[in-house]
Design a protein around this ligand. Structure first.
Ligand SMILES: Cc1cc2nc3c(=O)[nH]c(=O)nc-3n(C[C@H](O)[C@H](O)[C@H](O)COP(=O)(O)OP(=O)(O)OC[C@H]3O[C@@H](n4cnc5c(N)ncnc54)[C@H](O)[C@@H]3O)c2cc1C
Length: 317
């Protein structure tokens, strides 16, 4: 079977869930090989990648890779593509990995597809475009296909691979050293999952009414082990931090379950969440456009509905 390269996303040596999703997807397309770029590689990481089907793990763990913004990772992948001739390269559709994908495409003269929510036979990607308003099936027609797949688009399934480690030495060019990372500041991380990785997202909009009222949204999120999101109206009003904004100019999420409370469903908001598997809307206006998109809807005041929902969920735990 043909080799599929999967660029590993990792933080402090921990493999991120999206990589396990990409390995699961890669197994349906060929034989997955994980590519570890930057420091932090360990036997534990190798085991995790192998458990999810990586037959090989290419490791380039020099500090050079992480000291210079994204360019060295694109050089590493270009080198592997030329040495191994894989059938495709999969990366996560994160801001960084999409930039890597774009740079790689230039280097190896290939086509690139971003924001795929699935990849099927013939490496045809199911792609969400025009702010999520249209779904198309696309195929790269030139070179080695590079496909950026959205987090949460593929349910993770374990299946053992050999996980054979192969060290790769990459010579980072002067051009790739043009932008150096001078400082890393660790963002305070709460107990909630990261928004773009979360399997469940509970978002609040203008209907929430105030910053204090966001506690209602947070309580529901915590009862479900979910991340909290917000519409732009809510973040612009200063009710919730901008980093939690979901939509065209915010984060793109693709969870298994998205609960929208007090959100009208403007096209720019939909762009960031409409590939969620199941959408539940709570809105007091029965004509709100979010109901066109929702799988389940509750017409009512969120300040009554959401606390009741939280109580019910807590009771069933
Ligand atoms: C270039 C551009 C980019 C944008 N990017 C984004 C983006 O990334 N993300 C984003 O979200 N928006 C974005 N917007 C803004 C977008 O157009 C909408 O204005 C915004 O999404 C509206 O947020 P909302 O649904 O919370 O507020 P509203 O549209 O005001 O809707 C509030 C909803 O809450 C309901 N409601 C009120 N009170 C209650 C209650 N007590 N209980 C239940 N329901 C209640 C109302 O019926 C209404 O449907 C962008 C706009 C532009 C022009």
């Amino acid at each position: 079977m043909s080799e599929i390269l999967v660029l590993v996303e990792h933080v402090e040596g921990q493999v991120k869930k999206v990589t396990l999703e990409l390995l699961t997807l890669a197994r349906t397309l060929g034989t997955p090989s994980a590519v570890w770029a930057g420091p932090g590689y360990s036997a534990e990481a190798q085991a995790k990648l192998a458990e999810h089907g990586a037959e090989k793990v290419y490791v380039a763990d020099s500090a050079d890779i992480s000291d210079y913004v994204v360019a060295p990772k694109a050089e590493l992948l270009a080198q592997l593509v030329s040495e191994k001739s894989p059938a495709a390269v999969l990366v996560a559709a994160t801001a960084e990995a999409k930039e890597i994908a774009g740079r790689l495409a230039i280097k190896i003269d290939s086509g690139v597809l971003t924001d795929a929510v699935g990849v099927g036979d013939g490496l045809v990607a199911d792609q969400s475009i025009f702010g999520g308003g249209v779904n198309v099936h696309s195929r790269v027609t030139k070179g080695t296909p590079i496909i950026a797949v959205r987090p949460n688009a593929t349910p993770v399934e374990a299946a053992a691979g050999a996980g054979t480690e192969e060290r790769v030495s990459v010579t980072v060019s002067d051009a790739a050293r043009a932008a150096r990372v001078v400082e890393r500041v660790k963002e305070e991380k709460g107990a909630r999952p990261e928004l773009t990785e979360a399997a469940i997202v509970v978002s609040g909009g203008r209907g929430v009414g105030s910053a204090e009222n966001f506690a209602v949204i947070e309580r529901l999120a915590d009862s479900l082990g979910a991340a909290v999101g917000a519409s732009r109206a809510a973040t612009d009003a200063g009710w919730y931090p901008h980093q939690f904004q979901v939509g065209q100019t915010g984060k793109t999420v693709s969870p298994q379950l998205y609960i929208a409370a007090g959100i009208s469903g403007a096209i720019q908001h939909r762009a960031g969440m409409q590939t969620a598997k199941t959408i539940v809307a709570v809105n007091k206006d029965p004509e709100a456009p979010i109901f066109e998109l929702a799988d389940f809807g509750v017409v009512g005041d969120l300040h009554q509905v959401v606390p009741q929902l939280t109580d019910e969920i807590s009771k069933r735990k």
